[in-house]
Design a protein around this ligand. Structure first.
Ligand code: BJW
Length: 247
């Protein structure tokens, strides 16, 4: 999609919007070389979520879970933000209110220069002690000790949200507030099936927001999107930015 092929209605919306939210998923980092979860090359094709991304898996075999996370940390350490991440960071500067809700744990939005980021599924570089309320950052790849321990002797775990775990209620509230008052929502690179984020676009829809979905594939979100732009976010988002000189 090129800037001159963007429908007039959408360019008007992009220019006039004031309160903007973007929800992102693994697809936005695909062009940075970070694997997605679902789809033909997705992580869940080679690994079982229930063996690696649940609290029960960690209880059963913390070393196995940590080996998987350490491998992913290695991939992500080499990844650089792509044109899609950079376009969203630029939108944060241009719109008076801009909130980015990401399901990604790779930290690439912040690396791209986004400041107002809600990392609703956590962050892969942050870890927490399983015994105390202690949070810290582990930047070594590979980890010197697997599974790693806290100075108190307890295991530490990645500070991410696994299946069956609750998301941070403060982050949910903050997201819901932004969604309920936005006039434009971007939904980028997510399969739209993992709850509760999969239900977030409906909140914006209810308050009359215009919803732009960006994804090469249709998703359950497509049914409520005002427009679905089929393609890669690293190509489409920079084109949208070109038409979006705010009035
Ligand atoms: C491109 C592209 C390009 C490719 N450009 N696009 C209600 C009903 C049924 C079940 C539940 C329910 N409520 C809760 C559940 C259980 C569960 C759930 O939703 N399960 C569903 C699978 C059915 N949810 C939970 O357990 C959540 N907790 C919760 O709700 O607590 C309360 C509760 C608990 C239990 C029961 C009831 C209530 C927690 C969810 C945590 C998800 N965790 C993970 C791992 C995070 C850590 C890690 O990374 O290791 O989060 S799983 C994984 O999925 C990861 C992602 O953030 C998340 C979403 O995936 P995403 O981002 O959408 O990626 P993909 O791969 O699915 O899609 C990529 C998309 O990009 C595709 O569409 C491509 O086409 C596209 N794409 N290239 C643009 N270049």
């Amino acid at each position: 999609m090129e800037a001159n092929s963007i429908p007039t209605e959408l360019s008007e919306i992009l220019k006039k919007a004031r309160r903007v939210v973007a929800i992102t998923g693994a697809g936005i980092s695909a062009e940075s070389g970070v694997p997605t979860f679902r789809g033909k090359d997705g992580l869940w094709k080679s690994f079982r979520a229930e063996d690696l991304a649940t609290p029960w898996a960690f209880e059963r075999d913390p070393a196995l879970v940590w080996k998987w996370y350490d491998w992913r940390r290695g991939l992500i350490a080499k990844a650089r933000p792509n044109a899609g991440h950079l376009a969203l960071a630029e939108m944060e500067k241009r719109y008076p209110e801009f909130t980015l809700i990401t399901q990604n744990v790779d930290g690439l939005h912040r690396k791209a220069g986004s400041h107002k980021v809600i990392e609703i599924h956590g962050n892969l570089w942050r870890v927490r002690c399983t015994a105390e309320e202690k949070i810290f950052y582990l930047e070594d790849v590979p980890l010197p000790e697997i599974p790693p321990h806290c100075s108190c002797g307890a295991l530490v775990r990645p500070d991410v949200v696994w299946f069956g775990e609750s998301l941070n209620p403060m982050l949910i509230q903050e997201s819901q507030r932004a969604l309920a008052t936005c006039d434009l929502l971007f939904v980028v690179g997510t399969s739209g099936i993992v709850q509760p984020v999969a239900s977030f676009p409906a909140i914006a829809k209810q308050s009359g927001a215009y919803i732009v979905e960006i994804n090469p594939e249709p998703t359950p979100i497509s049914a409520i999107a005002s427009i679905s732009l089929k393609g890669k976010s690293g190509e489409i988002l920079p084109e949208l930015l070109k038409t979006q000189s705010i009035q």
